[in-house]
Ligand binder design. Structure first.
Ligand code: GLA
Ligand code: GLA
Length: 686
C-alpha cells in the first residue's frame, strides 16, 4: 500500500499535469464551437473531435440543453457520458465549458410539477417541446436547477479539462403567474417600506392609483412609469436570484480557476446586465448578424458594451458560422466575413470566439442553421475559413497574451434610462441605442478606442465621459458626475438627460435637473420632430432630427443655435458648454446628424487632449487596440469592398506574417492585419 502523503502527492500531480500541459497549449485567444455529443452515437465522437482539432478548435461548450440525458428520471443522474466526452476532448487538446441545462427542462419534470412551467403574459401556460419553458421565479424549478448544477459541479468542478461554466442560456423568459405577482409586491414592500413612500414616489394621486394594500399593486408593464421601472428592476432581481442559486452551487464544488459566465444578447434590455454580471467572472455574448451583413460600427459597439459589463475582456460564446435559421432571410456571410467578424471581436477584447454550432442535429428546430460540418459529419465550405482563424489565433497568441483594450473616453450607458425612454419615446423613432450609436461611431472612428460603462463605473481615469441619453439621473450618479467635472473631467450630456429621478418621476428642476447649476443652463422645452431642423454655430451647420430641446444659457456658452423651424426653436440655443470646477460640461439638446456629430466629436477630443490610438486610417478601415504592460497590439480591418493602404506612424511587427516589420499595411477587401509594437504613452493634457 502506498504511503498516504505520497498517494496525495501523486493524486495532486495527476490533477496538475494534464491541466498545466493543456493550459500551456491553450492560446491567449480561443477558437470554439458548441458541441452536442448527446445528439450523436458515442463511436462518432472521436471523428468529430479529430475534425475540430484539425480546425484548431481549442474549446467546446457542451450540455446546456442536455438535461434529459443528464437526469433521465427524477433524481437519477447520468453524467458518465459527459465525463467520457470531456476526457475525449482533452485527448484532442480541446478544453470544455459546461452549460447548466436550466433553459431546457426534461418532460418528466414539467409534467409531474406543472407549477415549474412559465405562464405567458396572456395567461397561457408554456408547454414542453421548445425551450425556456421553466419558470425562473418558481421555487420548485429553482431547486431542480440548483440540484442539476450541483451534480455537474461535483463531477466536473475539479476536472482539469473543464475551464468554465455557463449558467443557463440567454436569460430573458419570464413568468406572469400569480405567485410571481405576489413576489413583485413583496419586493416592492421590501424596497419602499411603506405604501406612503411608494404612493408619493409614484404620484399615485394621478388617476386614483393610490394603493392602500400591497396586494392591490398590478404587475407591469404598461402602467405608471414608476411601477414600470420597478418592474424591470424586479425582473432583474428575479433573474439574478435564479442565476445566483446555480452560481452558488457551482462555486461550492468547483475550483476558482474555472470561470462562471452566462451568454447574453448584446443590447437586449429585459434585465440590467450590470446587475447580472456582478457575480460572474466573465461576461459573454452571442454575436449574430441575422439577415444582411456585418454592421461594423454597431457590432463593435456591442462588443464594447459587453466588455463594459465587467470592465474586462469577454467571450463571444456563440457566433454564426455563415448563416442562421431564424432571420427573415438567412443569407450567408460572404467569404472572409466570418474571419472579419472574429478579428473584430478580438480587437474589441474578446478572448474567445465560439461558433454555434459544430454540426447540425438530424432533427430538431434548427436543422437549417449554419454549422462547421454537415449533418453527414464532413466539413462545409466555411470550415477552412474557421480553421484559418484558429491558426491565426495561435500565431497571435504571444502578442495578445496579457492584453486588453484601454480607453480614455467612456460612453455612459444606463438601463434605467433606456427603459424610461423606451417606455415613453415621445417620438417613435427615438431609439436610445441608435442615439448611443450616433455618439459611439464618430468617437470610435476618431479615437479607435472607447469604453461603454454603466452608471456605477469609476470615471476618474477617463478624460472624456459622454452620456448620450441619461434620462434617469439618480442622486448618487449625479453626485459622481459633479465630482468628475469638478475634479477636471469633461462631461458631455446628450438630449433627454437629467429629466427623471430614480423613481422615473420628473425631476423637480428642469433638465438636466441636479446638473443645472454645474452647466449654467437648462432645457426650456423639448420638441419631438417630424421634420429636420437646421442647426449652426461653432461646429458648422447641419440638421437636428427626431428630437430638439430649446436650451437657455445662464452663464454657459452657446455652441449651436437652431435655425428657422416651428417658431419656438428659431434662434434658440441647441448646445451649451461651460467650464465648471477644474473641468468642463456640455449639453447637446438635439439628435444631431452625422456631419455635426463628427464636428462635435472633434471638438470633444480636442478639448480632452485625446489622440487616435494608432493614427489616421482610410475610411472604412477599423482600428482597435489591446494594450499590455509594455506592448500594444493593433487589429486593422478593411470593412470596405476595395483594397486599402494605411501608413503607420511608426514601424511595427506583422503578427500574422512572422513578425515582419512594416511601416504601411495593404488590406484587401475584408482583410485583417494584426500589428504589435511598443506601448506609447498618452500625451499630456493641453
Ligand atoms: C384625454 C383625457 C385626458 C388626457 C388627455 C391627453 O382627453 O380625457 O385625461 O389624458 O386625453 O391628451
Ligand atoms: C441562440 C441560442 C443557441 C442557438 C442559436 C441559433 O444564440 O443560444 O442555442 O439557438 O441562437 O442562432
Amino acid at each position: 500500500m502506498l504511503h498516504k502523503p505520497l498517494t496525495a502527492a501523486l493524486a495532486l500531480l495527476c490533477a496538475i499535469l494534464p491541466l498545466t500541459s493543456l493550459a500551456a497549449q491553450r492560446p491567449a485567444v480561443l477558437l470554439g464551437d458548441a458541441w452536442y455529443p448527446e445528439q450523436w452515437p458515442e463511436p462518432r465522437w472521436p471523428e468529430d473531435l479529430k475534425l475540430m482539432e484539425a480546425a484548431h478548435i481549442h474549446v467546446v461548450r457542451v450540455a446546456e440543453f442536455a438535461w434529459s440525458r443528464l437526469e433521465p428520471r427524477e433524481g437519477q443522474f447520468d453524467l458518465d457520458w459527459l465525463d467520457r466526452a470531456v476526457a475525449l476532448a482533452a485527448q484532442h487538446g480541446i478544453s470544455v465549458v459546461i452549460g447548466t441545462p436550466s433553459a431546457a427542462p426534461p418532460a418528466w419534470l414539467t409534467q409531474k410539477y406543472p407549477d415549474t412551467l412559465r405562464t405567458e403574459q396572456d395567461g397561457r401556460k408554456a408547454k414542453h417541446g421548445n425551450r425556456q419553458q421553466g419558470s425562473p421565479t418558481s421555487a420548485r424549478y429553482r431547486e431542480f436547477c440548483r440540484r442539476i448544477a450541483e451534480q455537474l459541479a461535483r463531477r466536473f468542478g475539479h476536472n482539469p479539462n473543464v475551464i468554465g461554466w455557463q449558467i443557463d442560456n440567454e436569460y430573458g423568459a419570464f413568468s406572469w403567474d400569480e405567485e410571481t405577482h405576489r413576489q413583485f409586491q413583496d419586493w416592492l414592500r421590501e424596497k419602499y417600506g411603506t405604501l406612503d413612500a411608494l404612493n408619493r414616489h409614484w404620484t399615485t394621486e394621478y388617476w386614483s392609483q393610490t394603493y392602500t394594500d400591497w396586494s392591490q399593486i398590478p404587475m407591469g408593464p404598461g402602467g405608471n412609469p414608476g411601477l414600470d421601472l420597478e418592474f424591470k428592476r424586479f425582473l432583474t432581481a428575479s433573474l439574478r436570484d435564479f442565476q445566483h442559486i446555480q452560481v452558488a452551487a457551482i462555486r461550492a464544488a468547483s475550483e476558482p480557476r474555472q470561470f462562471i459566465t452566462s451568454n447574453f444578447m448584446g443590447w437586449y434590455d429585459v434585465f440590467d446586465h450590470y446587475a447580472l454580471t456582478e457575480e460572474l467572472d466573465l461576461a459573454s455574448w452571442d454575436d449574430y448578424v441575422g439577415s444582411g451583413h456585418l454592421d461594423a460600427a454597431r457590432n463593435g459597439m456591442t462588443h464594447d458594451l459587453t466588455r463594459g459589463f465587467k470592465r474586462k475582456n469577454f467571450w463571444v460564446m456563440e457566433t454564426q458560422p455563415g448563416f442562421v435559421n431564424w432571420a427573415p432571410v438567412n443569407n450567408a456571410l460572404d467569404r472572409g466575413e466570418v474571419r472579419e467578424m472574429a478579428w473584430q471581436a478580438v480587437g474589441h477584447g474578446a478572448d474567445a470566439v465560439s461558433y454555434w454550432q459544430w454540426r447540425s442535429a438530424l432533427n430538431g428546430q434548427e436543422e437549417y442553421h449554419g454549422t462547421l460540418v454537415g449533418a453527414d459529419g464532413t466539413p462545409v465550405p466555411l470550415y477552412e475559413e474557421v480553421a484559418q482563424i484558429g491558426r491565426e489565433f495561435e500565431q497571435a497568441s504571444d502578442a495578445l497574451a496579457g492584453t486588453s483594450p484601454m480607453a480614455d473616453v467612456a460612453i455612459l450607458h444606463s438601463y434605467d434610462s433606456r427603459w424610461a425612454i423606451d417606455n415613453q419615446r415621445h417620438n417613435r423613432n427615438f431609439d436610445p441605442v441608435g442615439l448611443l450609436l450616433s455618439y459611439y461611431k464618430p468617437v470610435h472612428e476618431m479615437l479607435q478606442q472607447v469604453d461603454i460603462v454603466g452608471p456605477a463605473a469609476p470615471l476618474t481615469a477617463y478624460r472624456l465621459v459622454i452620456a448620450p441619453g441619461l434620462n434617469v439621473l439618480p442622486d448618487d450618479v449625479s453626485q459622481r458626475l459633479i465630482e468628475y467635472v469638478n475634479g477636471g473631467g469633461h462631461l458631455v450630456l446628450g438630449p433627454r438627460s437629467g429629466m427623471k429621478d430614480t423613481y422615473n418621476a420628473l425631476q423637480p428642476a428642469r433638465q438636466p435637473g441636479p446638473l443645472v447649476p454645474l452647466l449654467g443652463g437648462r432645457v426650456e422645452q423639448f420638441y419631438a420632430l417630424n421634420d429636420d431642423v437646421p442647426v449652426s454655430g461653432a461646429w458648422g451647420s447641419g440638421k437636428a432630427r427626431i428630437w430638439a430641446e430649446r436650451l437657455k444659457a445662464d452663464g454657459a456658452e452657446v455652441l449651436l443655435t437652431y435655425g428657422e423651424s416651428n417658431g419656438w426653436l428659431d434662434g434658440q440655443p441647441a448646445v451649451l458648454s461651460g467650464k465648471a470646477g477644474k473641468g468642463r460640461i456640455a449639453y447637446i439638446g438635439a439628435w444631431l446628424d452625422d456631419t455635426l456629430m463628427r464636428a462635435a466629436t472633434q471638438w470633444m477630443i480636442r478639448l480632452a487632449g485625446l489622440q487616435p490610438a494608432l493614427g489616421p486610417v482610410p475610411e472604412g478601415v477599423e482600428v482597435s487596440r489591446r494594450v499590455g504592460a509594455a506592448k500594444e497590439v493593433f487589429v486593422l480591418i478593411n470593412h470596405t469592398k476595395t483594397p486599402q493602404r494605411s501608413t503607420l506612424p511608426r514601424p511595427m511587427q506583422r503578427v500574422l506574417h512572422d513578425g515582419e516589420s512594416a511601416s504601411a499595411v495593404d488590406l484587401p477587401p475584408r482583410g485583417v492585419e494584426v500589428l504589435v509594437g511598443q506601448r506609447q504613452a498618452l500625451p499630456k493634457l493641453p
